[in-house]
Design a protein around this ligand. Structure first.
Ligand code: SDX
Length: 392
């Protein structure tokens, strides 16, 4: 289990890639960032520390971490003209659509970030992205609520700033519960990176044409939005709320998920790679119990999730297809307990995945990977003679 998988020599055109960042074994349910187990990192590290590990390859010393946090702080101001862009959106716009647009717009205000031809420019682009993305991600919520947009507070930590940016109001001081900060820190770590998933492959693909980091991350946000990918955490909560609202009959929804004539899928279950438990789901389920108990939240949705999981794990259809809960099954229950609105759940996923996207884009550029160009199996017509329109 050294984590080394040999690639066929033709891998350059196969759509696969080499990477030193994340190792996962879908059969054994193993996930490691730069060789460190996700269990260790979730338990013992902090999100910015893990972001540094993903992006630069090593766990930072105390000094390196302080420097990284301070360098991010240099770039958390977002050009005031960006407010004209967000003002163009209706309040009802989905935050992921607003986030994708604002992220891409960052290029207009930071044109130098497109060319990262040396270590200094790369480091600056990394810190700018970590700093500005968090701010604009929360602006999507503030805009939807009609609240004034907040600024990053350089006296607070990165994850604490998320809560400040989201919930601080001019009417008075806001002090988030430290339990909430700890829970968010752990959740962001668990979403940090995940090898060549749909959105990360998108970031690498867009970046391989030497499009800038903001444009590449914006493409990743759009890919993550889909309900089969990061959008699943919102879809899970909507599914659980529907089950609760219609009497809590989990088995009825299991039957729907198994019915091939019904497009409904059990959201938060199954995975392209994990054919065993998603190790992140185990940690998040434990955290959900702890956070709700500590906050004194008695959420019937948690009980429905557990009942659904229990029934599915005993059901032949799910067992025979190795369908287990994935990272999205329990995360929304914690976000809900922390007061995060449902349509912001996938934005939370994006904030956690940001260092992974950056790390993978940086690795692709530093390895001077060729432009992405997957090939295809052609299944169309053989050569045909042209038919003039009057004869069609
Ligand atoms: C993420 O790739 C990553 O790493 C992603 C991610 C990350 O960190 O970046 O882990 C994050 O995207 C997690 C997945 C979140 N999505 C969901 O929870 C949506 C619900 N799950 C699915 O739609 C589905 O499981 C996928 C999209 C995740 C995987 O789809 P696949 O590859 O088509 O699943 P499969 O090939 O393993 O399916 C095998 C069978 C099929 O049935 P049969 O054709 O054999 O009869 O299982 C069925 C599928 O129809 N199936 C499901 C199901 N998932 C698969 N049936 C009911 N409910 C489900 N959730």
């Amino acid at each position: 289990l050294s984590g080394v998988i040999t690639l066929d020599p033709g891998y350059k055109n196969s759509g696969s890639c080499k990477s030193e960042i994340t190792f996962l074994d879908g059969e054994l349910g193993i996930l490691r960032y730069r060789g460190y187990s996700i269990e260790d990192l979730a338990e013992k590290a902090h999100f910015l520390e893990v972001s540094y590990l993903l992006i630069f390859g090593e766990l930072p010393t105390v000094k390196q971490l302080e420097q990284f946090e301070n360098d991010i702080r240099k770039y958390t101001l977002v050009n005031e003209e960006m407010k004209n862009i967000i003002d163009g959106f209706p309040k009802t716009a989905h935050p992921m659509g607003v986030l994708a647009a604002l992220t891409s717009a960052l290029t207009a205000f930071n044109p130098k970030s497109v060319n990262v031809d040396n270590e200094k420019e790369m480091y600056e682009a990394v810190c700018k992205t970590m700093g500005k993305f968090l701010v604009i991600a929360t602006w999507t919520y503030r805009k939807s609520m009609g609240y004034p947009l907040n600024y990053y507070d350089n006296t607070k930590g990165y994850v604490e700033n998320f809560m400040h940016l989201m919930f601080e109001l001019p009417t008075g001081p806001y002090t988030p519960n430290p339990i909430v900060i700890d829970a968010l820190d752990k959740l962001f770590i668990l979403h940090g990176d995940h090898e060549q998933n749909c959105s990360t492959s998108t970031v690498r693909m867009v970046g391989s044409s030497h499009a800038g980091l903001f444009a590449s991350i914006s493409a990743g946000v759009s890919a993550l939005w889909g309900p089969l990918h990061g959008g699943a955490n919102q879809a899970v909560l909507e599914m659980l709320e529907e089950i609760h609202a219609t009497g809590g009959d989990a088995d009825k929804y299991l039957a729907k998920a198994k019915d091939k004539n019904d497009p409904f899928r059990l959201m938060g279950f199954g995975h392209r790679v994990y054919k065993n438990f998603d190790p992140r789901a185990k940690i998040i389920k434990k955290a959900a119990n702890e956070v709700l108990a500590t906050l004194g939240v008695d959420d019937p949705i948690l009980a429905i999730a557990k009942k659904l999981e229990e029934s599915a794990l005993e059901d032949e259809y799910f067992k025979s297809r190795n369908l287990y809960p994935n990272v999205d099954f329990y995360s929304g229950i914690i976000y809900r307990a922390l007061g995060i609105p449902t349509d912001m759940f996938t934005v939370m996923f994006a904030i956690g995945r940001l260092p992974g996207w950056i790390a993978q884009w940086k690795e692709m550029r530093e390895n001077k990977e060729p432009i992405g160009r997957p090939r295809q199996i052609y299944t169309g017509h053989p050569l045909r003679d042209f038919v003039p329109s009057e004869k069609r």
